[in-house]
Design a protein. Structure first.
Length: 117
């Protein structure tokens, strides 16, 4: 098992940037992902990255604005969010998917991102 803890959320203005961090409890070869859930909406995939960073995937809604990266030496995954929009307001969750799983198995508690217009 692995525990993940998100940090870096906050209140920003439209057009600002923010970087979220996700610290894992141990070194892992898991695929890591970011998801978000806005009020009244279902949780949605934002971005994912394989264990070595060789493959990254993004939701169309944030492509070209957000960048996912990881530092395996620090057991940390990042989500750099640029040109933030009010519609990016949501609770952002970090998740880990083990090599043998088709789904994300381990989830953090989430960090709130609020973008004001």
């Amino acid at each position: 098992q692995v525990q993940v803890v998100e940090s870096g959320g906050g209140l920003v203005q439209a057009g600002d940037s923010l970087r979220l961090s996700c610290a894992a409890s141990r070194r892992t070869l898991y695929t890591m992902g970011w998801f978000r859930q806005a009020p009244g909406k279902e949780r949605e995939f934002v971005a994912g990255i394989t264990w070595n960073g060789g493959s990254r995937d993004y939701a169309d809604s944030i492509k070209d604005r957000f960048t996912i990266s990881r530092d395996n030496a620090e057991n940390t995954v990042y989500l750099q969010m640029n040109s933030l929009k009010p519609e990016d307001t949501a609770v952002y969750y970090c998740a880990a998917r083990s090599l043998s799983s088709d789904e994300y198995d381990y989830w953090g508690q989430g960090t709130q991102v609020t973008v004001s217009s």
